[in-house]
Ligand binder design. Structure first.
Ligand code: ATP
Ligand code: MG
Length: 423
């Protein structure tokens, strides 16, 4: 017997029964982005491994433990499935010189890949919508991005989501803070876990992001970056807060907010819900002024930038939790027919109905009227259109409502369209 082949663990099929939620989400995102003047960009899913190592940081969970990187056996290239979109987006912008025309407001969406332990809200192939504003130094654009998110949650019927903001300061203030942090952690060396010890000198800030509960106390007592902040970063952070207050967006300041990627500076933020258990982060982002230069290599192409990415599976799960009412699109009519003449008339009828803006399914395959009627019912259509010899003779069609207890009527085509559209 042949072994059945199944999908890869943590990589999900999205079935037709769930797709209406995805399509509603995608359409809402498109309209929302367009309203704010953000344009869509589409990058390949595979990039050179080095792009992510350089941008996300070699000593991060993503690059150390989660990235699908492999050697292309055909030519020996070192490639990776993208774990996130910012690096690819910045690469594309530089490769095509888009910043030459001025700052860019961009967005993308699609699958991302991380080799994590699959669980609810955490998958190996998951989807993100990413938004990047390149060439803007903020804090106005930082505020715009956050205000936009708040608006999207409303459009999606999402509540129970809170905003945490923080600042990572400038590279200089982080360097100062780093020294103080290492000093503190070294004084508590005995209580650090393996990950923390390994990162003590390579990436001490990331230790504060540890998910190990035994590290909680050490982390809570660590010196705060907010206290080491340079003046410009502090002013940036304060203006951001004022803008958010002006726009009526509530937030909490989280001095411990560090992102899972190395490239952030100044503003960082995260949207968190209490409704999805441990996988409560639905959207995260921040400023990454150094990344463009880091990837492009030329200081001339340096550009400040800010962006965020949301996890689509988690946002959709939250919509369901919040009971957002999404209309499942159903066909308007299912056309059943019997006999050769009726078959010809049925083809004409579905074309006419579709041209009139109705969603019409033509019964295909065998089956008597009764069996076809069952199919019509299962299809979810609001009406069955019935065409038999009598209808062909009269040059009319019969219409039977499937979702209410009204009787069948026989009418001409023009009248049929009126009737099908009215109800
Ligand atoms: P987490 O702390 O949950 O691992 P992260 O900090 O790794 O998240 P980011 O890299 O900031 O996540 O990605 C942005 C968003 O993408 C997250 O807020 C989350 O909604 C979503 N996301 C990240 N990893 C996954 C995953 N493996 N499965 C589903 N969604 C994910
Ligand atoms: Mg993660």
């Amino acid at each position: 017997m042949t072994r059945t082949i199944q999908a890869i663990r943590g990589m999900n099929d999205i079935l037709p029964d769930q797709i209406y939620l995805w399509e509603f989400f995608e359409q809402t995102v498109r309209d929302w982005m367009t309203a704010y003047g953000y344009r869509n960009i589409r990058m390949p899913i595979v990039e050179q491994t080095d792009l992510f190592v350089r941008s996300i940081g070699a000593v991060t969970d993503i690059v150390e433990k989660e990235m699908y990187s492999f050697l292309d056996s055909l030519n020996g290239d070192s490639l990776a499935l993208r774990p996130e979109g910012t690096a690819s987006c910045v690469r594309a912008v530089l490769e095509h010189n888009l910043l030459y025309a001025g700052p860019q407001r961009l967005y993308y969406s699609g699958p991302m890949f991380r080799h994590e332990r699959p669980q609810k809200g955490r998958y190996r192939q998951f989807h993100q919508v990413g938004v990047e504003a390149l060439g803007y130094s903020g804090p106005d654009i930082d505020a715009e991005l956050i205000v936009m998110c708040a608006e999207l949650w409303k459009k999606l019927g999402i509540s129970d989501v809170r905003l945490e903001i923080g600042t990572l300061g400038s590279a200089e203030s982080r360097a100062l803070h780093r020294t103080r942090l290492i000093g503190y952690l070294e004084r508590h060396l005995g209580r650090l876990d393996d990950d923390a010890r390994r990162r003590l000198h390579s990436n001490p800030l990331r230790i504060l992001d540890s998910k190990n509960s035994e590290m909680r106390e050490i982390i809570d007592g660590a010196p705060r970056l907010l206290d080491d902040l340079d003046e410009d970063s502090l002013a940036h952070f304060e203006t951001l807060q004022r803008l958010l207050r002006d726009q009526g967006v509530d937030f909490e300041i989280n001095p411990r907010l560090v992102r899972g990627l190395d490239y952030y500076n100044r503003t960082v933020f995260e949207w968190i819900t209490g409704k999805l258990g441990a996988q409560g982060a639905i959207c995260a982002g921040g400023r990454y002024d150094g990344l463009v230069e880091q990837i492009g290599g030329k200081p001339a192409s340096a550009a400040p930038a800010c962006g965020f990415a949301m996890g689509v599976e988690r946002v959709l799960a939250l919509m369901v939790e919040c009971g957002s009412e999404i209309l499942r699109p159903v066909p308007d009519v299912y056309v059943i027919h019997q006999g050769e003449a009726a078959n010809g008339a049925a083809w004409k009828t579905v074309r006419y109905l579709r041209d009139s803006g109705l969603r019409a399914i033509l019964h295909c395959g065998a089956g008597g009227f009764k069996a076809q009627m069952k199919k019509a019912d299962v299809s979810g259509a609001r009406f069955a259109v019935i065409i038999g010899d009598d209808e062909v003779q009269a040059g009319e069609i019969s219409i039977k409502p499937l979702r209410e207890a009204a009787g069948q009527v026989r009418v001409g085509m023009a009248e049929a369209v009126d009737l099908l559209k009215r109800t």
